[in-house]
Design a protein around this ligand. Structure first.
Ligand code: CA
Length: 228
């Protein structure tokens, strides 16, 4: 038996029931916690493969749970959040959550996000030897080389750093602030504009249509995600 173990930290019993039945039907094992304290206990004692975390818990702030889990390891965390809580999602991603699902979500969405999170477990490659090869886009960081459908793409240092950052976290939403910090080493009002302009240039060089993206997806009000 090698079923992935998913820890669901959620105080709403109906949602827990939905999670349990969906995960079980898709060959995943479920651990359940109705509050943050139980959730942290299970996270440390049972080492789940992925944590599904509701941010609105009765006893603890979801952000504290993310911080504590990140103190001891890299278990992927997928946050469950209400539709109008954009700021919470950004804060959760900044604290180290890997992804989020907006309530209400379908069983298909849940499973798709979990599969992505599971693909990322235990796959931390060092920066120097990083290689990305998906959907016609190829990045070889050792050679600092990018090709699109086999043809070389010439990027400025900033564009390259932006693409590399997105690629190293493929399938994951990166908040504006994270991209600004990683690419420019700081963030403020002015740098938001740089990010938008450089993303636009990068898209042009990758022949990517923002309205129907092949590579770079805009997450409105939050950030960008490279399709993995
Ligand atoms: Ca809740």
């Amino acid at each position: 038996m090698n079923e992935p173990v998913i820890l669901c930290i959620e105080d709403d019993a109906d949602i827990r029931r939905f999670l349990r039945s969906t995960l079980t039907a898709n060959g995943m094992q479920t651990l359940e916690a109705a509050n943050g304290k139980e959730g942290l206990q299970l996270a440390s004692s049972r080492s789940p493969d992925v944590i599904l975390l509701d941010l609105g818990l009765p006893d603890m702030d979801g952000m504290d749970i993310i911080r504590q889990v990140r103190d001891w390891g890299a278990t992927p965390i997928v946050v469950l959040s209400a539709r109008d809580r954009e700021r919470d999602k950004v804060a959760a991603l900044e604290q180290g959550a890997d992804d989020y699902l907006t309530k209400p979500f379908s069983a298909a969405e849940l499973i798709a996000r979990l599969r992505v999170a599971l693909r990322h477990t235990g796959r931390r490659v060092s920066d120097a030897e990083f290689v990305f090869d998906r959907g016609g886009l190829f990045i070889d960081n050792a050679a600092r080389r990018v090709t699109l459908d086999g043809a070389e793409v010439r990027l400025t240092p900033i564009e390259y750093k932006l693409l590399l950052t997105l690629a190293r976290h493929a399938d994951k939403v990166l908040p504006h602030s994270t991209l600004l910090a990683e690419v420019w080493g700081r963030h403020g009002q002015d740098t938001q504009t740089y990010l938008r302009i450089h993303t636009q240039h990068l898209r042009e060089k990758l022949k990517d249509d923002p309205l129907n993206p092949r590579f770079i997806v805009t997450e409105p009000g939050i950030g960008y995600r490279l399709k993995g």
